[in-house]
Design a protein around this ligand. Structure first.
Ligand SMILES: [Zn+2]
Ligand SMILES: [Zn+2]
Length: 318
């Protein structure tokens, strides 16, 4: 098998692009796909300051590395979820990546802020751990973007993540989510713009990139993140992809070409209606909020109540 670009020995086969590449040409391919996503969706301007949300997994660390290689000004942001070995390892990979590349990094601890663990949050809200975790991440991302002066927040969602999310949203016709199923969400009301520059690259391509670039990342899965449905959607889409290479890409990008026609108002995302609080700020923490007390402060309150009810002063270990 020869590289399609230079005829050297190919190491990676990409049936969806009807291509195979040697390591050097694959590297160029990945950078060009990210560059194309950024250009086509006007994700990042040359003078933007990008806050990169890094979990310690392959996608987000690779994204941080790629944006740096492309010359963007970046700061990493990691939220330590306090989930035992998984979090210790994730944080370790993020911190050593930042120091190896001499890049600025902000780390926050969920446990310190909430005074409880992810398990406490799940018990207090009576919802799966992932929902409290998602809410917390959104809160910290927005807060850190404001504090660091970052104009864009970038996350490592890849083509598989976005296509399977679209698939799930379509199966249930979740219009409100479909309208936001795009790799670029504009800035609103003081919140920074949100972008997904890896949207043109698959899970497999990102794993190959991280391997070839020798980027160490956490291999453990989060013990809470077994979103069975999402995994099923990914598996189903991969089966279709095997039988008909390129389908995953056509599915997602066909939708994105039509999204403004299907959802013409998606340019004005407004999660919970107009501001209820007089100045659009949470009266407890002062962060941007759609309600007088923001959802994160309400979450903290519920965790405190739950711990008090159970007579626990200390958060239980995870
Ligand atoms: Zn080549
Ligand atoms: Zn608040």
């Amino acid at each position: 098998m020869k590289c399609r670009a230079c005829t050297k020995k190919a190491v990676i086969k990409l049936p969806s692009h009807n291509s195979a590449f040697c390591p050097e040409c694959f590297d160029r391919f990945v950078l060009s796909q990210v560059g194309r996503a950024i250009d086509e969706h006007k994700m990042i301007a040359p003078d933007d300051h990008v806050l990169v949300a890094v979990s310690g997994g392959k996608d987000s660390l690779a994204l941080w590395e790629i944006l740096t290689r492309l010359g963007y000004k970046t700061t990493g942001f990691h939220l330590d979820l306090g989930i035992g070995d998984y979090s210790r390892e994730s944080r370790g990979h993020v911190e050593s990546f930042a120091s190896r590349h001499q890049l600025p990094l902000v780390v926050e601890s969920l446990r310190e802020e909430v005074d409880g663990s992810v398990t406490d949050i799940a018990r207090a809200t009576r919802r799966p751990a992932c929902s409290g975790c998602g809410l917390s991440k959104r809160y910290f991302f927005n807060r850190t973007a404001l504090r660091t002066g970052a104009s864009v927040l970038a996350t490592g969602h890849n083509l598989d993540d976005e296509a399977s999310r679209l698939f799930g949203n379509l199966l249930h016709w979740h219009d409100e989510y479909l309208a936001k199923n795009r790799p670029d969400l504009p800035a609103i009301e003081g919140l920074s713009k949100k972008v997904k520059p890896l949207v043109r690259l698959t899970e497999k391509e990102m794993a190959s990139y991280a391997f070839l670039r020798k980027i160490p990342y956490v291999l453990k899965e989060c013990p809470h993140s077994v979103d069975a449905k999402q995994l099923l959607y990914k598996k189903l889409l991969n089966e279709v992809e095997m039988a008909s290479p390129g389908t995953k890409h056509a599915f997602l990008f066909g939708f994105l070409e039509r999204i403004d026609r299907f959802y013409p108002d998606s340019e004005t995302p407004d999660p919970e209606g107009a501001f209820l609080s007089p100045d659009g700020r949470c009266e407890r923490c002062g962060e941007i909020s759609w309600t007088p007390v923001c959802s994160f402060c309400r979450l903290k309150e519920r965790v405190r109540e739950e711990l008090a009810r159970n007579g626990e002063k200390e958060p239980r270990p995870t």
